[in-house]
Design a protein around this ligand. Structure first.
Ligand code: 5GP
Ligand code: MN
Length: 328
């Protein structure tokens, strides 16, 4: 089986930095998803098992859906007294993705490692390990454990599989290679509960989220291959502080006529969060990157200034141009 898994390895300097660290600070991205929390807990757990004293951090609270992960309860939202000797950025293509928790002045003297799989990564670390062909940052952590000769156990396998399942939406994306399935087989052998992970992270949603979906779906429009919807602050009133219509952008891409989907979420202070999805053959990462964000060709996002209708109009036009240029 192992023969079918390519030898993807971190740079040797990254291995040296990890081996010599005593108290590494691991930071994953804001608004964390399954790969953010999966790679944070997988690497944190792995380093702990290697005798280190890792700190696991994220600016935003990890969603409850991930509370089955090892070290979920150890994730902190404040690192003022971290006393770290190494910083590791996970699943983050640029430093802004780390949020307020990453204070460059505070950590200026510490080496920064970047471990990521976004094609738009800007290589902001002292040592960067970026593998855009990998389906999840958790896939890199699998390779790291293999290179370190660290055996899989149930907790590690569960954290690794969580990122793979969520970033591929249950093995549906085109970056699910035979190698990903072989890796998944090894994770299942080690005891990772695939059905539970899928159920908890992809199929379970709150009643409030279902109500938000209803309101956002009511705004859906489609023209020239681009389907879009808006999520205004007013629409989230009485939904208990819920912000994102999680999962909805992938759902509307399922419209037969759509090639690209976008959801625009109104935020305070005149900001709009944009979330994009594209069918194979179309690329939304470049447009997101040019707007100050990033992502992958089929899934990307950015945050921009402006009012909701204006941002929608401007970005839908860019996305329609992407559809046109690939349909010629
Ligand atoms: P989502 O639409 O699920 O929030 O994000 C889809 C993909 O785009 C993810 O890979 C995520 O990391 C990336 N992404 C979303 N928003 C941003 C952003 O503001 N900046 C960057 N660099 N990447 C983003
Ligand atoms: Mn990821």
């Amino acid at each position: 089986m192992t023969d079918s898994i390519p030898n993807i390895s971190p740079p040797p300097e990254l291995l040296d930095a990890l081996q010599s660290a005593r108290r590494p600070l691991l930071i994953t991205h804001i608004s964390p998803d399954g790969d953010a929390i999966g790679s944070l807990t997988a690497l944190g757990y792995l380093l702990y098992r290697m005798g280190k004293d890792p700190i696991l951090a994220c600016q935003d609270k990890a969603p409850n859906a991930f509370n089955f992960l090892p070290f979920y309860d150890r994730i902190v939202q404040n690192v003022d007294d971290a006393n770290a000797d190494l910083v590791i950025a996970l699943d983050s293509s640029d430093p802004s993705r780390l949020g307020d928790i990453y204070d460059e002045a505070q950590f200026a003297d510490l080496p920064l490692l970047v471990i990521d799989h976004h094609i738009t990564n800007v290589y902001f670390g002292d040592i960067n390990w970026v593998e855009p062909a990998c389906c999840a940052t958790d896939e890199l952590i699998f390779h790291l454990a293999r290179v370190l000769n660290e055996p899989l156990d149930e907790a590690l396998a569960t954290a690794l599989l969580t990122g793979i399942v969520t970033d591929t939406r249950g093995f549906r994306t085109s970056n699910v290679t035979p190698a990903v399935m072989h890796i998944t087989g090894q994770l299942l052998d080690a005891g990772a509960p695939l059905a539970m992970i899928t159920e908890r992270t992809l199929d379970t949603r709150s009643m409030a989220l279902i109500k938000l979906w209803a309101r956002v779906l009511d705004t859906v429009e489609l023209s020239d291959g681009v389907i879009s919807a808006i999520n205004a602050i007013q629409m989230r009133k009485d939904l208990g502080g819920l912000i994102r219509a999680e999962g909805l952008v992938s759902f509307i891409l399922g419209a037969e006529e759509a090639k690209i989907a976008a959801v625009f979420t109104e935020m305070p202070e005149g900001k709009v969060e944009c979330s994009f999805r594209a069918l194979p053959g179309y690329d939304v990462s470049q447009i997101a990157f040019e707007m100050g964000g990033g992502g992958h060709p089929p899934a990307a996002g950015c945050t921009t200034d402006g009012d909701l209708p204006g941002v929608r109009r401007k970005i839908v036009a860019l996305l329609q141009e992407e559809v046109r240029s690939k349909s010629r």
